[in-house]
Design a protein around this ligand. Structure first.
Ligand SMILES: Cc1cc2nc3c(=O)[nH]c(=O)nc-3n(C[C@H](O)[C@H](O)[C@H](O)COP(=O)(O)OP(=O)(O)OC[C@H]3O[C@@H](n4cnc5c(N)ncnc54)[C@H](O)[C@@H]3O)c2cc1C
Length: 497
C-alpha cells in the first residue's frame, strides 16, 4: 500500500535510530516528551490523504495505478507548483502555522535533484536520473518521510570546506570511494524533523571548486543507517504549559536535528552527486528556489494567525475603530497579502525546462518572496504587540485562571469590551506571546536561507539592463536601446507640449 496512515508512519520510526535529546539517548522518538510533538506534526502530512474532502489534492495515481502522495510527483507546470503550495498551506493551517514536516524540506531537495540530475547527465554522461527516479519510486511506494540535510555546520565561514583549520569535517564529504559506494563524514545541522524522518536526503549547501571535489556530494540514507547520530535541538519552549498559556508551543516542537555522519557507507545507487563540482551550486540554488517558495507558503498561514490575533485584540480592547489601530491593521494586511501574492506569482511565472518536461519556481520572485516575508516580519510583529498591550507577557497563568480562589478576580479585572469573555482576551494575548517567541523570530530570518542569500540571488538574477534602459530613456541618453522600450510611442508626444 503506497499511502500510509499516520499510525503506520509512526511505527516506521521504531527502528533503532541513534537520537539524543535533552541530555539522554532517546530509545523511541514516538514516546519522547518533546520529539513526540514533532512526530504529531508529521502525522498531519499523512492524515490528509484519508480526508475525503482533501484526497484529490493530496493523492495522485502512479504509473501502476496505485495511489501515491502527490508531493513526490515532479512539478511539470504552474498548476503543479500551485497545488504543492496549497498542500503546504492546508497542512500549515492545520498545524497552527507550521508545515507538518514529514514531506516538506525533503521534497524540495528531491525537486532540485530532479531538475539538476538531468542537466548533469546531459553534460557529463552520468546516470543520476536513473538513481533519482529509483529513489523517488522508493519514497512513493513506501510513503516515506524525507528531510533535506543541506546546511553544513560550516566552522569558520570565511574558509572553504577543505581549507578549514580545526578539522576537515565541517562540511559533509567523501572519505573513501569504493566500487559499491561512498564512505562519508561530517555533519549537517538545523535539519528540521530529522529525528523523526525515514530518509535523510543530503545535498550540498554551496558552490564548490575542484579542490573541494570531495565535498561535492549528494545522497540519501535511512535515518537508522549505521554511523548516523542525530542530536536534537534544545527543547526551546516546546512541550510546556497548556493550551491556555502556550497555545502553539504546548503542542509544537521544532525537532531540528544535527545529523552526524561518522564514516557512513552509502550504496552507489543512493548517490546523486559524486565530485561533479560545477553542479554543487546548481543543486544548492535550485533547492533554495523551491524551498523559499515553500517557506513563503507556510508563512502566509502564520501571518493569517498573526493578523487575526491583532484584529481580535483590538476588538477585545474596544479599540477596533481607533484610527491608529486601523492603520496598523491595514499595514499588516498589506504585508500578509503581499507575501501570498509574491508566492503565487513565483508559481504562475515558473520556469519551464521543456526538454525535460519540468517546471521550477521563478527564482527571482521566489527569492524576493522569502526576503519580503523575512525582512518585514519583525516590523509587523511590533505592530501586533503594540496593538495587543502588555498583558501579552504579564497576564496570569492558566493555572490561576482555573483556581477557584482567583478565577472570579481574573474574570472581573481582565475584562475588555462589554460582551467579550475575559478568557478570550487572555487566550488571545497568550497567542500573541507565542507568536513573538524566538522560535518564530529566528526561524523567519534563517530558515529557508538567511537574508543575504536572497539578496545575493536577487542581485545575480535581476535584469539590470532593463532597469538601466528605463532610466536612460527618461534621462534622454538612449545610446543603448532595450527591446522593451525600443518600439514604444514617443513621449512627450512630439509637437504637443
Ligand atoms: C528553524 C530553522 C529550521 C531550519 N531547517 C533546515 C532544514 O530543515 N534543513 C537544512 O538544511 N537547513 C535548515 N535550516 C538552516 C538554514 O538554512 C540556515 O540557518 C541558514 O542558511 C543560515 O545558516 P546558518 O544558520 O549556519 O547561519 P550563518 O551561515 O552562520 O549566518 C550568520 C550570518 O553570517 C553571514 N555569513 C555566513 N557566511 C558568510 C560568509 N562566507 N561571508 C559573509 N557573511 C557570511 C550570513 O549572511 C548571516 O548574516 C533551518 C534554520 C532554522 C533557523
Amino acid at each position: 500500500m503506497a499511502i500510509k496512515t499516520p499510525r503506520e508512519y509512526v511505527e516506521t520510526l521504531k527502528d533503532g535510530r541513534v537520537v539524543f535529546s535533552d541530555g539522554k539517548r532517546v530509545n523511541d522518538v514516538t514516546t519522547d516528551k518533546y520529539l513526540k510533538l514533532r512526530v504529531g506534526m508529521h502525522m498531519i502530512d499523512y492524515a490528509f490523504a484519508f480526508e475525503p474532502k482533501y484526497r484529490d489534492i493530496f493523492v495522485e495515481e502512479d504509473e501502476d495505478g496505485e495511489p501515491v502522495s502527490f508531493v513526490y510527483v515532479p512539478a511539470r507546470n504552474a498548476n503543479d507548483l500551485l497545488r504543492r503550495r496549497e498542500i503546504i498551506q492546508l497542512v500549515s493551517r492545520t498545524c497552527y502555522g507550521f508545515p507538518g514536516g514529514a514531506k516538506f524540506t525533503g521534497i524540495d531537495a528531491l525537486n532540485a535533484l530532479t531538475v539538476v540530475s538531468r542537466r548533469i547527465d546531459k553534460a557529463v554522461g552520468t546516470k543520476y536520473i536513473e538513481r533519482v527516479e529509483k529513489f523517488r519510486k522508493l519514497l512513493m511506494k513506501n510513503d516515506l518521510s524525507v528531510v533535506a540535510a543541506v546546511s553544513d555546520v560550516k566552522g569558520d565561514r570565511s574558509l572553504r570546506p577543505s581549507k578549514q583549520i580545526d578539522h576537515q569535517d565541517y562540511y559533509v564529504h567523501v572519505v573513501d570511494r569504493r566500487p559499491d559506494g561512498l564512505v562519508v563524514r561530517g555533519a549537517k545541522t538545523h535539519i528540521s524533523g530529522a529525528p523523526c524522518a525515514n530518509e535523510i536526503l543530503v545535498i550540498p549547501s554551496r558552490r564548490h571548486t575542484e579542490e573541494d571535489k570531495d565535498y561535492a556530494v549528494s545522497f540519501s540514507i535511512p535515518a537508522n543507517t549505521k554511523g548516523v547520530t542525530i542530536i536534537n535541538s534544545s527543547r526551546e519552549i516546546s512541550g510546556q504549559g497548556n493550551d491556555f498559556d502556550d497555545p502553539i508551543f504546548s503542542v509544537r516542537h521544532g525537532g531540528h536535528g544535527t545529523v552526524i555522519f561518522d564514516d557512513v557507507f552509502v550504496p552507489m545507487e543512493r548517490v546523486f552527486l559524486n565530485g561533479e563540482t560545477v553542479f554543487s551550486g546548481e543543486i544548492a540554488y535550485m533547492f533554495g528556489d523551491f524551498h523559499r517558495l515553500s517557506g513563503d507558503a507556510y508563512k502566509y498561514a502564520q501571518l493569517e494567525i498573526m493578523i487575526g490575533a491583532a484584529a481580535l485584540m483590538a476588538e477585545y480592547n474596544g479599540l477596533e475603530k481607533a484610527n491608529h489601530i486601523r492603520n496598523k491593521l491595514a499595514t499588516l494586511v498589506i504585508y500578509c497579502e503581499g507575501v501570498e501574492a509574491l508566492g503565487r506569482q513565483a508559481c504562475v511565472d515558473c520556469v519551464l525546462e521543456p526538454e525535460f518536461g519540468l517546471a521550477y519556481p521563478n527564482p527571482l520572485i521566489s527569492n524576493t518572496a522569502k526576503y519580503f516575508f523575512a525582512n518585514y516580519y519583525h516590523e509587523s510583529l511590533k505592530l501586533v504587540e503594540d496593538i495587543a498591550g502588555g498583558l501579552v507577557v504579564t497576564s496570569p497563568s492558566g493555572k490561576d485562571f482555573d483556581n477557584p480562589e482567583t478565577r472570579d478576580l481574573i474574570k472581573k479585572y481582565f475584562g475588555g469590551k462589554h460582551g467579550i469573555p475575559s478568557e478570550h482576551r487572555l487566550r488571545m494575548a497568550k497567542l500573541v506571546k507565542d507568536l513573538g517567541a524566538s522560535d518564530y523570530d529566528v526561524c523567519t530570518i534563517h530558515a529557508e536561507g538567511s537574508l543575504e542569500a536572497q539578496r545575493m540571488s536577487v542581485y545575480t538574477l535581476a535584469d539590470f539592463d532593463r532597469y538601466k534602459a528605463a532610466a536612460r530613456r527618461v534621462a534622454r541618453i538612449d545610446q543603448k536601446p532595450h527591446e522593451l522600450f525600443a518600439n514604444l510611442p514617443k513621449f512627450p508626444v512630439p509637437g504637443f507640449h
